[in-house]
Design a protein around this ligand. Sequence first.
Ligand code: SAH
Length: 241
Amino acid sequence: MLSNIRIVLIETSHPGNIGATARAMKNMCLENLVLVNPRLFPHADATSRASGADDVLARATVCTTLDEALQDCNLVLGTSARSQRRLSWPEVDSRQCGELVANTAQREKVAIVFGRENSGLTNEELERCHYLVHIPCNPEFSSLNIAAAVQLVSSDIFQASQRAEEMDEAEEIEYVTAAEMDGFYTHLEQTLIDVDFLNPDHPRKLMRRLRRLFNRARMEKTELNILRGILTEVNRKLTKK
Ligand code: SAH
């Protein structure tokens, strides 16, 4: 899924920022970097700031136009240091961007575009985007270093993709039903009476306490089967005596 995502940097002036971007991307499992007319690339500063993410740099594609960078993309997001509501364009914050990108990239190719260090993206470039992304920050000092911006946006994508994965895994777990828990409590209560741990004439609050304990565990079917198996063995030993 993360391989369907590309980070596009437009006319970056400092090669160090390209390296720092590659590092930020690799930290968040992103690997497709596209550079549109970088001023200096390849460059020793890029390599040194990448510190270990040289594979991302080595694979980076260099293009001469934004069109070329976006050609096969289905969804394009443009980042901006200022809220661009005056353009009346759909705008999301970086967390919403993370959710949107993580969902879309399951099936489609997504590009996130970052602007020039000194002047950002032009209006024409912003208009090429389906959504604009603004990282919420100090309104009096809202321009982040470009690699820092890539770091935050990539981190939100990474976290959203982790959440999506966890939800997929959670869907595979089969939890017990209320009826199955009732069957278990009846079985447990009878067994506790049979082993003389619970006196049915003076039950106190034992079963209530045990219900609270087991309900807290929110058991899976396989876990309940183990407990039922233990009780069945206890029952078998008791009847053998
Ligand atoms: N002086 C420029 C800022 C450029 S910062 C301007 O005012 O537009 C370089 C790039 O980093 C921006 O084009 C954008 O892609 C990204 N960036 C910086 N701060 C950001 C923020 N708060 N939210 C989203 N992107 C940001």
